[in-house]
Design a protein around this ligand. Structure first.
Ligand code: SF4
Ligand code: SF4
Length: 296
């Protein structure tokens, strides 16, 4: 089972929920931080990172001696990452999305695969939990390929232990977030009961509902704002799976880098119930598939 913890905007408590859910999960578990522009799940789970690797993206390199300046690649590239300036064919690696189409279309075989570093993937474990995280290189704008590679890494780690996966997704509803959640069985949307929270929750539902994953909501800071988030979920048939009260001591635990499910038995129990609700809807998924293949 793969659970993506996501939110329509930053600052809703997404990582708090991911960390708390992880420490009460009652099955083998692998956790991944896919918020590669600002990973911080490791600050809560404090994993021992035992390995890392650089993640690269394939980009085209032009062999000028073979290029006939036919423009096929220039006209094809939707990202303006190749230009013909006078007689010089120029590539702009930072604009390249690594689709490979220019290499496929070149009639002279004048494009060769090169690569540029995107960032690092680190992995290890936090107690019994397998853990991985991606960290985008400073100045790099292209996070989706790193997110996909980091996701592949946790899938490999989960496969070895037939573990479920909890993904801490990037905030928002743009390409990075969609890339992170698209493999999930359940997308857990963390929101708060305020007009801002409702606005971003609507966006998240619009963006993620077409992916076909089950959606559930966790209301953080419950008790503030109004009931519009609850009404919206009711109208859309989306279950509110847990509420986290707005209380000063929980905020203090978070500010100290603590995990709120470990702070108080009642909060721990809420997350345990959340985990059980998620597990009750369990369907065969990636981890089960791996297990079935391994035992076949
Ligand atoms: S790999 Fe794709 S995005 Fe990059 S230069 Fe070629 S066509 Fe453009
Ligand atoms: S498609 Fe190949 S031959 Fe044509 S301009 Fe691009 S690199 Fe040169």
């Amino acid at each position: 089972m793969i659970i993506a913890v996501a939110s329509g905007k930053g600052g809703t408590g997404k990582t708090t929920v991911a960390a708390s859910l992880a420490v009460v999960w009652e099955r083998p578990l692998a956790v991944v931080d896919l918020d590669v522009e600002a990973p911080n799940l490791h600050l809560f789970l404090e994993p021992e990172l035992t390995a890392s690797e650089t993640a690269f993206m394939e980009i085209p390199q032009v062999d000028a001696s073979r290029c006939t300046r036919c423009r096929a690649c220039v006209d094809l590239c939707q990202f303006k990452a190749i230009s013909l300036l006078g007689d010089a064919l120029m590539t702009f690696p930072e604009m390249c999305h690594g689709c490979g189409a220019c290499m496929a279309v070149c009639p002279e075989n004048a494009m060769r695969p090169g690569r540029r570093p995107l960032g690092a993937i680190s992995w290890g474990h936090a107690g019994p939990i397998r853990f991985a995280m991606g960290r985008l290189k400073i100045g790099e704008a292209m996070s989706p390929p790193l997110i996909r590679r980091t996701r592949q890494k946790i899938e490999v780690l989960a496969r070895t232990g037939a573990a479920d996966i909890i993904m801490d997704a990037p905030p928002g509803v743009s390409c990075p977030a969609v890339n992170a959640v698209m493999a999930a069985d359940v997308i857990l949307l963390v929101t708060e009961p305020t007009p801002f929270g409702l606005f971003d929750l609507r966006l998240a539902v619009q963006a993620f509902d077409p992916l076909g994953s089950r959606l559930g909501v966790v209301v953080n800071r419950a008790g503030i704002g109004n009931r519009d988030v609850y009404r919206f979920c009711d109208q859309r048939g989306i279950d509110i799976l847990a509420e986290i009260p707005f209380e000063r001591d929980l905020a203090e635990v978070y500010a100290r880098g603590g995990i709120i499910a470990q702070a108080r038995p009642a909060i721990r129990e809420r997350f345990r119930q959340l985990g059980r609700k998620l597990a009750a809807n369990r369907e065969p998924s990636t981890a089960d598939h791996f297990k079935a293949v391994r035992h076949a």
